[in-house]
Write a protein that binds this ligand. Structure first.
Ligand SMILES: Cc1cc2nc3c(=O)[nH]c(=O)nc-3n(C[C@H](O)[C@H](O)[C@H](O)COP(=O)(O)OP(=O)(O)OC[C@H]3O[C@@H](n4cnc5c(N)ncnc54)[C@H](O)[C@@H]3O)c2cc1C
Length: 473
């Protein structure tokens, strides 16, 4: 079968069909469009659990896209293997001249994209377009051209540069512009690429890449845009006041959708500006600040961003403490609730993330890298830049981090941000019936003596943390 000129749209962190930068650019070119997603074996190697809920989320989003594409005359092509080999093989098999993909700023992703571009040289052109941020890490810099180290001036510069146009969602008419899928499939079968058939359903699709599918009612893939609209119209006004209350859904809970691109950052920013949701906009700017930081200091994914501390902090290697923290058995109910929320929901409230990160790095003096790795295994919204940024902020080793002498007192934090203990009770069934005033420090109450005893004493742990940092002051 003769195929007319095809342009590939390689979907990665942009799992949607609306306001899609790569799709928009592919539609500007002549010829038809074939959207492609690859279950990349190099990425899957970082997903050791067969029932990883992120893979269920991804495959469910791919099925949604495929169904929608069928209405528009196309199909989604899903392949399994090493993306660095697949893209050049695919381009050759389909006789493709142009490939479009969104820019990715994570260190490994940039290496992959550079390798793909090099392999394609002379046969096809790959164009990377900005999609997951409003301003790329190269766009908001100090006058000297160096990266910002402090958030507020970065944020001021960001805000001064934003115009209605820079957050304007992409619009296009893609009906009838997709490649004839039968012809595409003939070529795929002939060249031996491993194709995943979405028509057989999400279970079979994940089974083919050796993972288990679990339908997730907590994080449905449909209705992401409606979630954004609902947050903007109903919650954004109160966000400044309710964002720290751990028991209520006062934040947008859009992070998994932003992470995998089921909503675009342009529509988030656009709506935030329309609604005057200034505080919420600031959080979206933090996301770009951390992307910029990791881009300019890629080694900060693994070592302390602050050269003063790099590789020099005397971290503890207490495996028992680490396990108690990971399982939510530290004896500090707010820490335990948060860690169990992570295990059961694949998500954690931002205030809780700050509390548990402070606890691991300051109370237990265990390196932030251990916490970063644990979050990377379980967070639905895991994003290397934001996670490393958040961890290094809490550990006082990062850019614009909190000062080392700020050590959260977990009991005071839960008294303040979960006064009635609703958050604690939701995730710690052992404390289900405990009176609210006993929940923040159960070891003081004879009624609750059966609860896990605190693995460290707050005051002693605080002194030890300060001593660890002071040595390098
Ligand atoms: C130790 C630690 C680890 C973290 N790891 C991640 C991570 O892996 N992925 C992730 O998306 N966020 C991470 N965060 C930031 C923040 O906790 C989450 O983005 C937020 O809790 C997501 O909930 P939400 O969508 O309701 O956020 P909202 O409050 O509604 O904010 C809207 C969006 O802004 C972005 N955002 C909000 N706060 C931050 C922040 N502090 N830094 C960067 N972006 C932010 C997110 O994309 C979020 O969805 C981490 C924070 C800490 C302290």
């Amino acid at each position: 079968m003769v195929l007319s000129a095809i342009n590939i749209v390689w979907m990665r962190r942009d799992l949607r069909l609306h306001d899609h930068a790569a799709l928009y650019h592919a539609l500007q070119a002549q010829g038809s469009v074939q959207p492609v997603f690859i279950f990349d074996t190099e990425i899957l190697a970082h997903f050791p659990h067969r029932n990883d809920r992120r893979l269920s989320f991804i495959v469910s989003a791919l099925c949604d896209i495929d169904r929608e594409l069928q209405k528009r005359g196309g199909r989604l092509l899903v392949l399994h293997g090493n993306a660095k080999e697949i893209i050049p093989t695919l381009a050759q098999a389909l006789g493709v001249g142009n490939i479009y993909a969104a820019e990715d700023y994570e260190p490994e992703a940039m290496k992959r994209d550079a390798a793909v571009a090099a392999q394609l040289e002379g046969t096809a052109k790959i164009t990377f377009v900005k999609d997951q941020v409003i301003f790329s890490p190269k766009e908001i810099l100090l006058e000297s051209g160096a990266a910002y180290k402090v958030f507020t001036p970065y944020s001021n510069n960001w805000r001064s540069r934003i115009t209605p146009l820079s957050s304007m969602p992409y619009e296009y008419n893609d009906k009838g512009r997709y490649a004839a899928f039968d012809g595409v499939m003939q070529r795929i079968q002939a060249c031996g690429l491993q194709y995943i058939d979405l028509s057989a359903g999400p279970e079979a699709a994940l089974e083919a890449v050796e993972y288990d599918y679990n339908k997730d009612t907590l994080w449905p893939t449909q209705g992401a845009v409606a979630r954004l609209q609902e947050f903007i119209s109903e919650k954004s006004k109160n966000y400044e006041f309710s964002r720290d209350a751990m028991a209520v859904h006062g934040t947008s809970r859009l992070s998994p959708y932003l992470r995998f691109g089921l909503v675009s950052v342009r529509e988030c920013v656009h709506r935030a500006m329309e609604a005057g949701a200034i505080k919420w906009l600031t959080e979206l700017i933090w996301r770009e600040f951390y992307a910029m930081t990791l881009f300019h200091v890629p080694e900060s994914a693994h070592v302390e961003w602050n050269p003063k501390y790099r590789g020099r902090l005397d971290w503890s290697h207490n495996e028992g403490h680490l396990a108690a923290w990971q399982q939510g058995k530290t004896g500090y109910p707010v820490v335990d609730a948060a860690m169990r929320q992570l295990l059961t929901e694949g998500w954690m409230h931002n205030r809780a993330r700050m509390i548990v990160a402070s606890f691991l790095t300051k109370h237990l003096r265990i390196s932030w890298t251990k916490g970063e790795e644990h979050f990377a295994q379980y967070l639905m919204d895991y994003d290397m830049a934001s996670n490393v940024g958040g961890w290094q902020w809490a550990a006082s080793t990062g850019t614009d981090a909190q000062p080392y002498f700020r050590v959260f007192n977990p009991s005071l934090q839960s008294e303040k941000f979960d006064p009635k203990g609703e958050y604690i009770r939701r995730y710690v069934p052992e404390l289900q019936r405990a009176p609210a005033d006993t929940l923040h420090a159960p070891w003081k109450h004879p009624l609750l003596m059966n609860y896990y005893p605190p693995i460290v004493d707050h005051a002693t742990a605080r002194d030890q943390a300060l001593a660890m940092f002071k040595k390098l002051a």
